[in-house]
Design a protein around this ligand. Structure first.
Ligand SMILES: [Zn+2]
Length: 308
């Protein structure tokens, strides 16, 4: 993927002094008034920066009923602030939605409000007619699928309270990106779950690396996704790697950005060797490529950042 392609899918917004000055209660030293609006497309991640200078503050956001975790960021020569990765779900309703950011410091509280304008992304629609037994799981298969979904739900139920990554996000494998993120398959007239990631075509056995630091939350061998790895990057951010031929990490293991976690394969329901790469942030399915190239300083501290 080229830098230009990356730019096209990642909307990056850093709030600057473009909004009118607003005075805050004593003790909350905000640099500027912060109410305003941001915009992005379905499946993108927005970088929201709230200029709260005192890093002892507790900053937490709510968007569409979902928690949005903030963490302190330090830039040399600039006042510190708090950052959040705001995920716009691949199927977020287009329109204007509120992001409320709760800032607490020394017993005082302030709620900042942003309007997030969500625009529609154009996703491909594939219509296929296949033999019925290729589309629907039999009773036993359905039982297995349900148990797998429950296993994933439980493994990812509790977000790690601290940010585990500090480096830039990297693409997990070199290859050709199919651009299938968000695409809808209509099989025998029935719409199936939209494609929640990107498929990257790469040769069988090629190394797959962690896109950032994190903890292996779950390794699986599932009916659709095959051999897979779920990484927890903290503060509600997860990445997934499916259809592997080999998994080289264990549940609970800490991994570093660029570390080999598995090998490209075609396990599960795959028509050929490729990596399915997915990402979820605070409950929103996002295009994983929108994480690559985010302008977050590597020196930003990764200590405990928010309280739910
Ligand atoms: Zn896929």
């Amino acid at each position: 993927m080229t830098a230009a392609e990356r730019l096209a899918i990642s909307a990056i917004v850093i709030l600057a002094s473009i909004f009118p000055v607003e005075w805050l209660p004593v003790g909350l030293q905000l640099l500027h008034g912060t109410d305003g609006h941001l915009s992005g497309k379905q499946g993108q991640v927005l970088l929201v920066r709230v200029p709260v200078q005192d890093t002892a503050a507790v900053v937490a956001g709510r968007f569409r009923g979902r928690n949005v975790a903030f963490f302190p960021e330090f830039r040399p020569g600039e006042s510190p602030g708090f950052l959040a990765l705001l995920g716009i779900d691949m199927q977020e309703e287009p329109g204007t939605h509120g992001l409320d950011v709760d800032v607490r410091l020394n017993g005082e509280q302030k709620v900042l409000h942003y309007d997030i304008i969500v625009s529609k992304e154009q996703y491909a629609v594939e219509r296929l007619t296949l033999p019925k037994n290729k589309v629907d799981l039999d009773e036993k298969g359905l039982e297995r699928y349900k148990a797998e979904q429950e296993q994933i739900r439980q493994a990812l139920a509790e977000d790690s309270g601290s940010r585990l990554w500090a480096a830039d996000f990297v693409e997990p494998v070199d290859g050709r990106n199919s651009g299938r993120f968000g695409s809808v398959r209509i099989l025998n007239g029935q719409p199936k779950t939209p494609h929640r990631g990107e498929d990257i075509a790469a040769p069988m056995g090629k190394d797959v690396v962690a896109s950032n630091d994190g903890i292996v939350r779950l390794t699986v061998d599932h009916v659709f996704s095959g051999k897979g790895v779920y990484l927890d990057h903290g503060l509600g951010l997860y990445s997934m790697y499916f259809h592997l031929s080999e998994v080289l990490v264990k549940d609970g293991e800490a991994v570093k950005v660029g570390q080999v976690i598995g090998k490209v394969g075609a396990s599960g329901r795959a028509t050929g060797p490729h990596l399915h790469w997915g990402a979820k942030v605070n409950g929103a399915w996002i295009n994983p490529f929108s994480l690559v190239g985010l302008p977050i300083l590597n020196g930003a501290s990764a200590h405990r950042a928010s309280v739910r």
